[in-house]
Design a protein. Sequence first.
Length: 649
Amino acid sequence: MREVEVVCPRDCYDTCSLIFTLDDSGKLKNVRGDSQHPITQGFTCPRGVGDLKRVYENRILYPYVRIGPKPGRNFKRVEWKNALDLVAEKLKHVLNNYGPEAVLHLEYAGNMGLLTWYFPQRFWNAIGASKTDYSICSKSGHEALSLHYGSSYGIQPEKLSEMKLIVYWGFNAVVSAPHLWALSVKAKKRGGRIAVVDSRRSETARRANIWLCPKPGSDVALAFGIARYLIEHGYVDQDFIKEWTYGYEEYRRKVLEWTPERVEKVTGVSWSEVEELGDVYGRLKPSATMMGFGFQKSVYGAESVRAVSLIPALLGLHRGFYYSNSKGYMVDISYLTGEELYGKKVRIVSQVALAEYLEQGEFKFVYIYNMNPAVTLPDQKALRKGLSRRDVFVVVHDTHWIETTDYADVVLPAATYLEKKDIVIPYSHRYVKISKKAIEPLGESKSEIWVVKELASRLGIDGILIEDPWKALEKAFKDSFEDGSFGDLANGKMLKLKYKPLNCYQTFTGKIEFYSLKAEKLGLNPLPEQHPLPENAFILLNSSIFKYTHTQFREVYGPIPPFVLINLCDAERLGVKNGDKVVVYNEQGEVLLEARISEDVPRGVLWSPRQLEGLNGETQNVLVPPVRQKIGGGAVFNSTLVNIRKFDA
Ligand SMILES: Nc1nc2c(c(=O)[nH]1)N[C@H]1C(S)=C(S)[C@@H](COP(=O)(O)OP(=O)(O)OC[C@H]3O[C@@H](n4cnc5c(=O)[nH]c(N)nc54)[C@H](O)[C@@H]3O)O[C@H]1N2
Ligand SMILES: Nc1nc2c(c(=O)[nH]1)N[C@H]1C(S)=C(S)[C@@H](COP(=O)(O)OP(=O)(O)OC[C@H]3O[C@@H](n4cnc5c(=O)[nH]c(N)nc54)[C@H](O)[C@@H]3O)O[C@H]1N2
Ligand SMILES: [Mo]
């Protein structure tokens, strides 16, 4: 028996420290959460446990080259050398004939390890390949916060247990951040209150003291309602407003335009509920306003984040919110990715609208790793059509067989996080530890760095990848730690990242700008704005469920369940009974699902697990348009307008 300390690198708020046990034959046997880790607190979620099995299931073990049509899995196994020769040859051909802009590398946070996600990008940056803008998840919210606060970092999660009030706003922490939720439960046990603002009764809403259910996309109006209550009841910290903020008067005037009646009408929340939340906000300090990525992924999601983030400023709290803390550290990520290597700016395209580019014939060579775009990106019909084009060469380097491999010309086997050493920077807390290699890579799977080094040498540009990755990490982490050196980290010590001060604002005025001068300069509305809500259609909300990280873990827990929640009134009107098959559709496509009648969704709102595949084989994302938010260009998954009808077999 042997124990190995590993860090979970999944795209998740919690970034857990895990201890895996191996049997004498070197096979993974058990896993537990590190009890010494202040956030992991000794427990794992179903995904941590699921890795014991997922590592051995459905793996890509060898390199393959396509011999059948796309989409499909008709591949021939080849030697690594042959696969790499072919990839390099195609790459050279495209570079010579179409230039580097015709090459696209497409990746996201399947594994957030710095040596998996970032360092390998040096190769693509060196040749000047096009890249995507990472707009699929949280970008619009970051941009929104930058307008009023300069940067988006906020409260450290370890402070949660000390809070008197925690408000989860569009954030289903019970599912999406179980360890942050556990800290909130500690606060609750000490007498703290938990409030939830969510457009459906989420798992988190069920466990809260207070739940407000605004119509999807009406959060600006609700935040203004709360602000009105705080202003009218003398809860605004006037000294703080004078010393630390800019543009309060303009903001106040706008807020007061939102009468209780108007707030009720737009949000569907009664004024007495607004008062209930306003009252705890006013009385209970300190409080934490936890803004999820979820409610930000809608047409005007950035506006919602702007409006909600300003509530704590009224109460005199320095950055009294949490959204994502990735901008609060001093680690030099662009050094790792080699941003400067090409010498010129490379082309950056929208991830959200990538389907359009591909369908219209852009790019001749696409290299995909750490992402499953053939399920997770919007406008799937166009995306899949684009990846099937005969004039585009697609390479996929993944750990597992996924939908995207069905569109690959070459499939390369990747080592999982348990099969390589790495470092992960969390986006909520700031505890960093080395993730050790637990097992040998299965089959012929290889790390991302190994692959790009091989490609670089075939292109005759090995020089750029000559720096030892661990030396590069040491440079990137220069002066980044509060309580130790990179050497300590390399020796297995857990270190704390230095963190920018909460009372520091990188705005034009150096203060919290209620009235954003940056927005004004950019031609955006300087104050948050409630836009009109759509009518005459259902809104399909879709969010993560406990056992899966996006499309991962289906090997362990089976398919993402293809059902849709519908309110009883809506179901009766449509003649839909519990368990009926229904078609959820719009002009983009149709997905066949099982209807479940539920009080957890209000009228006009549907809810499904996200990234599911319908009973007709269509992915949910056929329904999602490639629409970009005005601020930050983010995705709009939670503004998906659909209709629903009973399925006639
Ligand atoms: N188990 C698990 N955890 C994960 C992930 C995973 O796949 N699985 N993924 C990680 C990643 S990448 C992300 S982005 C995060 C997402 O984590 P969260 O931010 O928690 O995101 P969601 O669950 O998508 O949405 C949160 C809630 O917002 C609500 N909501 C939607 N629209 C609105 C609205 O307009 N107003 C209001 N007030 N509420 C609204 C939804 O009903 C939902 O309950 O989770 C991370 N954690
Ligand atoms: N309908 C709908 N769609 C959504 C969303 C939504 O709310 N609704 N949310 C969006 C959001 S917030 C996000 S973050 C995206 C996530 O979208 P993706 O990043 O595409 O999500 P995953 O399915 O986790 O895909 C990650 C892939 O990385 C692979 N992988 C894991 N570890 C490694 C490794 O070490 N090396 C390599 N090479 N590969 C590895 C996994 O096997 C998996 O295939 O989805 C977006 N799509
Ligand atoms: Mo995400």
